[in-house]
Design a protein around this ligand. Structure first.
Ligand code: ZN
Length: 246
């Protein structure tokens, strides 16, 4: 039992409102590579910032989907891991109010978390760029035309409801995330390097409103100096250890 885990448990017990903020690191144990780590899986030979870009979707949807279609297939087969389940259990126990996530993989909800704010969108649905018709994930695959472009019945291209490079984050989700962080006594950051704005600004929102920040992630973050607790181990091991002492 590390002193850090003990301290985090204490913070959770004292906190009236705790919110989790998660990033790619929590889904790595589910077999989803963090695309910002070089040399991992599907991302090895592609620069996602170049292909998963709104301009590519609009100007060359075939190229966009040639990258995104296998990614969709890969993501939809994945299952939540014990770190996702730990957060769902904390919500169930009334310890955690909500999860704000940068992940699009739906694994928090698959794990049983109910109050989830997906600030980068989700693979769960796609929408026609032209007429805005929404399609659940399972109904997108049959929409592909011979050029490999998912097309709505109106002929417009269907875009996954995830935030692409070149797009703004969904305003409503960001407002929810901001409000949750402002009210939080404790913001528990898990598996995120806190480097991608505007999400990277959320710990400052909690701190400015008088709350504390705890960080459970491998590798450095810009908030390490301000964090009340900083755990650097594997996210699954750290959260399982936390559940045991709570
Ligand atoms: Zn349409």
């Amino acid at each position: 039992m590390s002193a850090g885990t003990e301290r985090l448990a204490e913070l959770l017990r004292e906190s009236g409102r705790t919110v989790a903020l998660t990033g790619a690191g929590i889904s790595v144990p589910s077999g989803i590579p963090d695309f910002r780590s070089p040399g991992t899986g599907l991302w090895e030979n592609v620069d996602p910032m170049e292909v998963a870009h709104l301009d590519v979707f609009l100007n060359d949807p075939g190229r966009f989907w040639s990258y995104y279609r296998p990614r969709f297939g890969m993501l939809s087969d994945k299952e939540p891991n014990p770190a996702h389940r730990a957060l769902a259990q904390l919500e169930e126990q009334g310890v955690l109010e909500a999860v704000i996530t940068q992940n699009i993989d739906t694994l928090h909800r698959k794990a049983g978390s109910r109050n989830v704010v997906e600030v980068h969108g989700t693979i769960e649905t796609g929408s026609c760029w032209t007429c805005k018709t929404s399609y659940p994930l399972a109904e997108i695959e049959p929409l592909f035309d011979p050029d490999g472009i998912a097309r709505c019945t109106c002929g417009g291209p269907v875009k996954p409801d995830v935030v692409l490079f070149g797009e703004l984050l969904p305003e409503a989700a960001m407002l929810d995330a901001h409000a949750l962080c402002e009210r939080a006594d404790l913001l528990l950051c898990v598996g995120t390097s806190l480097e991608v704005y505007p999400v990277a600004g959320l710990p400052s929102v909690t701190r400015a409103a008088g709350g504390a920040v705890a960080i459970v992630t491998k590798g450095p973050t810009p908030y390490d100096g301000e964090a009340e607790v900083r755990l650097d181990g594997d996210v699954v091991e750290e959260l399982e250890a936390l559940l045991r002492v709570l």
